[in-house]
Design a protein around this ligand. Structure first.
Ligand code: PMP
Length: 383
């Protein structure tokens, strides 16, 4: 008898790492390049140019061999001075990470606490900027991946642009899924990494700084060596990197960037918006609540019914069905599920993610109208 468990097909609906397009996987199978060769220089130059399209900027984009947190740490170390004060929007695990990094570097953090699941009110940031005019920078997160909440970066940039204060944005999970018009909005520094919207394995990260931010770099005196952005910029301008780059991943990134540039960043964001809308509509049809009040395109976080053991549900889906959703982190452990519709994901994938989600919930004892989520998603996607 055919046992469906024998033919487990792993499917990833996590907010990083995200699935890889076949072109991307294949790009990593070619013979390894010497990273100081003309071929590697051409590759690096091509990738740095294409990243500008995704960052929606004319500024240089730096390529660093580290995960996203390394680019965050680099931003702190390169932009600030000893004794600086900064505002940090803390609305989840990754806002907390900005605080932790700043504190580790001896920077004084003035936190703006936001209830998990909510997005910061720009007026609250405005009143903090008035109360603390000396702050050097505001550290924000485009999509707070731990809750699924989107922050209004455009509104925050309107506040910082007219002041000497820099706006530094963690777009680690949301770059390429939620809109971030770095130049048009006037965002001073943006960091991201490879394993999310950029459809590449983990291991490389990016930072882009505008002219104001580079002026701050010239004044900054926090210690740094490996993550010195000036070295990365100077090397990058010659199609190089200061140290041995993860060249195999850069080949992979080139293949993914070719796909993203062919789709066009505006269309990529529109695709993510549509997939997110279908997922939210499905969740509502199942009688479930989204966790975020202003949900991102990157992922949808869902409050699980009180009777569901969230950790067991996520494990069941992974072990029995080969489907990986993300669970809740920290205080949300076991309480929410997070379905990412991020990167190399299309409408059919989302239908599968929802169909499996509702069936899994029924398997753990929820009384749900089986199929209602899929029908609602189909309705959105057929418009
Ligand atoms: N910021 C955000 C918003 C993230 O989603 C993540 C990864 N989940 C990070 C930072 C940290 O990135 P990494 O794990 O690649 O260091």
């Amino acid at each position: 008898m055919l046992n469906p468990k024998n033919m487990k097909k792993p499917l990833l609906f996590t907010p990083g790492p995200t699935p890889l397009p076949p072109e991307t996987s294949l790009a990593m199978a070619q013979p390894i390049d010497y990273h100081r060769s003309p071929a590697a220089a051409a590759l690096i130059q091509d990738v740095l140019e294409k990243l500008k399209h995704v960052f929606q900027t004319e500024n240089d984009v730096l390529c660093l061999t580290t995960s996203g947190t390394g680019a965050m740490e680099g931003a702190v170390a390169n932009l600030l001075c000893r004794g600086d004060k900064v505002l940090v929007i803390r609305s989840g695990k990754f806002g907390e990470r900005w605080s932790d990094i700043c504190t580790a570097y001896g920077v004084e953090v003035i936190p703006i606490h936001v209830t998990w699941g909510e997005s910061v009110e720009p007026s609250v940031v405005a009143s903090h900027l008035t109360a603390y005019p000396e702050v050097k920078a505001v550290f924000a997160t485009l999509c707070e991946t731990s809750t699924g909440a989107l922050h209004d970066i455009e509104a925050l940039a309107q506040l910082t642009q007219v002041r000497p204060t820099l706006l530094v944005v963690d777009a680690v999970s949301a770059l390429g899924a939620d809109d971030l018009q770095m130049d048009t909005w006037g965002v001073d520094a943006v960091v991201s990494c490879s394993q999310k919207g950029l459809m590449t394995p983990p291991g490389i990260a990016f930072a882009s700084l505008n002219a104001r931010a580079w002026e701050a770099v010239a004044r900054a005196d926090l210690p740094k060596y490996y993550l010195d952005f000036r070295k990365a910029r100077d090397a990058g301008s010659e199609g190089s990197t200061p140290y041995t780059p993860a060249i195999t991943l850069i080949h992979a990134l080139q293949a993914s960037l070719n796909l993203l540039c062919a789709e066009g960043i505006r269309n990529t964001i529109a695709r993510h918006a549509r997939l997110a809308q279908a997922t939210r509509s499905a969740i509502a049809a199942l009688g479930l609540q989204p966790f975020a009040t202003r949900p991102a395109n990157t992922l949808t976080s869902i409050r699980l019914p009180a009777e569901v053991d969230g950790k067991a549900f996520i494990a069941l889906m992974r072990e029995k069905h080969g489907i990986t959703y993300a669970g809740g982190q920290s205080q949300l452990r076991g309480k929410i599920a997070r379905i990412a519709h991020l990167g190399w994901i299309n409408e059919n994938d989302v239908i599968v993610a929802i169909a499996a989600f509702e069936r899994g919930l029924v398997e753990v004892g929820c009384k749900l109208p089986l199929g209602a989520g899929v029908a609602a998603a189909q309705e959105v996607l057929s418009r």
